[in-house]
Design a binder for this molecule. Structure first.
Ligand code: PEP
Length: 265
């Protein structure tokens, strides 16, 4: 089904990674919300979500609720377990209690620095769903994968495994992020992103059903900037972006969120 017919609301998501403490997060969210307001940003057309570090979430939740900002937010990771002897882990129950809407699972930095497997990413996605959170499931190939297996084989495999235990019809978001494009300044071509996103939608259809596949937002991530966002958003199967570095520069992130104002979109 075509993007417009399926009415997938575009999602521009900012992954802050390990940046901004809870005090800095308050100033940042205020400035971001005011900048969007000054630009007459229409939240009914595009959703803007932020993903601060765990220790910022309570401050961000309180500020957004008190000032009635229309930003949504989520966490950068979740435990596969809900409670128990798991030192250092954060439960999906706790994130839900903080009004998180989303949680990122399987970001390439978790996969490479914390050795997270496809199975663990699947368990985390299931933990998110059973706690009322929407998992943003990240998949993507390394430069070596790209050379040896092409762009789509690894992301398709990663998503297929991650969805194995996810109940059909669940609300999920998928982020296609080629590892070589993350933080490198070298984004994938919109054509490559579209080809992989189309195949990922087929995986969702086979695991979770075709209605779910039509409704699922697939994001592109990897060196997204205001200068290239429009070229991705023109693609049929790309419904938004997961933005790292540029999400920490307010003017740039606002321009990315306002992609509909760019020529030709
Ligand atoms: C990311 O970390 O998910 C990401 C896409 O980073 P960047 O935008 O900096 O490439």
């Amino acid at each position: 089904m075509a993007k417009l017919e399926a009415e997938r609301k575009p999602l521009i998501a900012g992954n802050w990674k390990l940046n901004l403490d809870h005090l800095q997060s308050i100033a940042f969210v205020q400035k971001l919300a005011w900048s969007l307001k000054d630009a007459r940003f229409d939240f009914s057309k595009v959703e803007v979500a932020i993903f601060p570090p765990f220790t910022d979430l309570r401050s961000v939740q309180s500020l957004i609720a008190a000032d009635k900002f229309e930003l949504t937010f989520g966490a950068q990771d979740v435990s596969a377990h809900d409670s128990g002897a798991f030192t250092g882990e954060i439960s999906g129950q706790f994130l839900s209690a903080l009004d998180c809407r989303y949680v990122i699972v399987g970001h390439s930095e978790r996969r490479s620095f914390h050795f997270e497997s496809n199975d663990l990413v699947g368990l985390k996605a299931s933990a998110a769903i059973r706690n009322g959170l929407i998992p943003v499931i990240c998949v993507g190939e390394t430069a070596e994968d790209l050379e040896t297996r092409g762009a789509s084989a690894v992301p398709v495999e990663q998503l297929d495994t991650a969805l194995a235990e996810v109940p059909s019809g669940s609300e999920i978001v998928v982020a296609y992020e080629p590892v070589w494009a993350i933080g490198s300044g070298q984004a994938a071509s919109p054509e490559q992103a579209e080809t992989v996103a189309g195949l990922l939608r087929e995986v969702i259809a086979s695991r979770l059903g075709s209605d779910c596949a039509n409704a699922t937002r697939i994001l592109y991530g990897g060196s997204v900037k205001s200068g290239n966002i429009a070229s991705f958003m023109r693609e049929e199967n790309i419904d938004g972006a997961l933005v790292g570095g540029a999400s920490l520069i307010i003017d740039e992130f606002v321009k990315i969120a306002r992609f509909q104002n760019h020529v030709g979109v």
